[in-house]
Write a new protein. Sequence first.
Length: 645
Amino acid sequence: MKFKLSKSNWPRLAMQWGVIIFVAILAIIPIFKTFTPDFEAYCPVGGIQAFGSYLINNSLTCSMTSTQIVMGLATMLAVFLFSKLFCSFICPIGTISEWLGKLGDKLKIRITIKGILDKVLRSLKYILLYITFYYTFDSSELFCKKFDPYYAITTGFSTDVVVLWASIAIFLVILGSVFIRLFWCKYLCPFGALSNIFKFTGFFAVLMLAYILLLKMGVELSYVWPLAAASIGGYIMELTGFKTRFFPIAKITRNVNTCTNCQICTNKCPQGIDVANMLVVRDVDCNLCSDCVVACPVENTLQINKSNKLKWLAPIATIALIVIGLYVSTFFEVPTIDQKWYSPTEMAKAKVFTRSGLKNIKCFGSSTAFANQMRKIKGVMGVATFVGSNTVNISYDPNQIDELKLEAALFVPLKTPLRPLAKNLNQLNVVSIQLDKFFDAYDFNYLAMHLKQETDAVGLVTEYGCPVITHIYFPENVTIKESELTQILEAKTLTYPYQGSTKTVDLNYEVIGKYTYKNILKGEYIQLLFKSYSQSFNNKKDYSEELMKSYHLPLGKNASLSKKLPYLVSHISNNNGIVELKTILDSNYKPTLEINYIDTMVSPSEIYNLLINDTLIVSYKTGKTGKVLNMFDFKKKETDIPENK
């Protein structure tokens, strides 16, 4: 009998450290340079949820892409073949839990829960599994983000996170791991529950096959039922100590003829499995970490499937599945949404128009908003969006609409001032050029910021064209050099202030054709850039024009509060004699408030008193009313200038 010295399971330790260091680097990089890390870019847990949501709702969850889905499917395959490799080699929460557990062992304060309490607590992760997947499928948003300790910490408690829930989860991971063996992993982790269900491969396969067959037979059966059956069935099999015979295929085996019963393998097992008293380790908690195999002092005693050649199977399989998964994900992209509004027969006649580079296609919400916009266009039959590549496929009826009209429908003309006009300015120079690879509002905003940084331009306007026609407004005394302007417009990056730091984005605009020039008067420019606001209420349509008068009031500095005007509308609409509020330009091109009213019901002085109230009485969509501090200041303006309309 030949003994060997106890060695560390260095491949596993290296992979665990590698993941922790990789995540730490992602978190540190933004301190030194503009970088927005995606901590869930390769997350298989989100990928499985997203894949389920796609099968049920025909839409991808949140900003998930084909990469996460493929990694999720690779993780499922790993469980079927090799056990829970993600839990043993990749999961940062599992790694931290193990390391904290070793601290608890050194302090002699960690315990292993056994008996009835252990069995009762194991139900919690199946309950969380059901809740997580139910709300994910129901909303097409990853519900786990609300409490996931990893996501909360790495994103700095982003807006997706419910601070209380995540704080409790972090608290349980830290203290639970120190005092109780793998408390989070054994009792609370919903992915741990899902992995166990995958481990019960026969049960999972039969359940899914039965669900699919019932759907094919025309039975209307909600996903709630198979989800509940999987959660309850998984818990029962774990509770009863059910042992899978065939899956996973790779298992730890013990040679009783060479075993000395030293108990090192049992003591070394992170899960606390009694390996020393098993011929084949089929325990549901085993994740093939191979710590026991490496620690065994007697050669050829603990093996994988009775073979020494498979000693490093688990880490090799983990790396191989990651590499294969990343490679496979480059060959296709799963649509975030794929909506068709006509029958299969009608859709077969549709043509598909593809547009890439749409930066506003960035998640499920923006994809849905885009689809709703396209649904209103006559001839559009369906939409598929691809968040990963910012691409859309639009199915359309060529008898009703063509690609040029679709291009026009996709484009939204925009305008914005870049800086205030000088008081002595009389005319402006307008420089017009076509820009290729310019698609949406993000491109417009980036170009506006870039022009403001690099030029003396005072305004920017775009109009539809192939490519987009861009009008840049300069003061009349500014000399424009085409070569310099082209260099600015074709810059590759833009860096701008963002949340107390800076952010850099890629630009890819291309100047097409020749520049054209013209001059316009200052007043014409102001009219062009002016964004009016108009809201009618109190059944304005019931009153004839002859009955209405207009009350005008200069906006002055209040013009900067245009986004707050709905508060003012809600406030003055409480008086039934006022029927409309709008903003206009007066004869001197000054922003002016126009309030239309019925003079037999309300007087100009009453309107003015409403405007200068210290508080505004506003009504909310819920039907409730409330008071807010009046953010407008009209007290220093002329009181009223009533005139017949």
